[in-house]
Design a protein around this ligand. Structure first.
Ligand SMILES: [Zn+2]
Length: 86
């Protein structure tokens, strides 16, 4: 079973264990593939290429919720969106 975690979930920044081979590392260090049509980011395990985690891309409401919690990345994304709409 592949874990689905939210974009702003702190597990995204923590050490992850591959359920198939036991590899441990940060998701940032793993290979990732973006499926733009399904708005999904999929991380793959470097040694065994098994799926580690599915991360659906956040919609605007989710970004705003995370920003209200003080999530630094969400605040940055909102700034980018506001710059883009100027
Ligand atoms: Zn693995």
């Amino acid at each position: 079973m592949t874990t689905t975690i939210g974009w702003f979930d702190r597990r995204r920044r923590e050490v992850f264990t591959c359920p198939a081979c036991g590899w441990q590392g940060l998701l940032e260090a793993a290979d990732s593939e973006l499926f733009e049509r399904s708005f999904l980011l999929v991380y793959r395990c470097p040694p065994c290429d098994g799926p580690l985690a599915h991360i659906p891309l956040p919609d605007e409401a989710e970004i705003r919720r995370a920003a209200r919690r003080g999530d630094a990345e969400a605040l940055e994304m909102i700034q980018d969106m506001e710059r883009a709409s100027e």
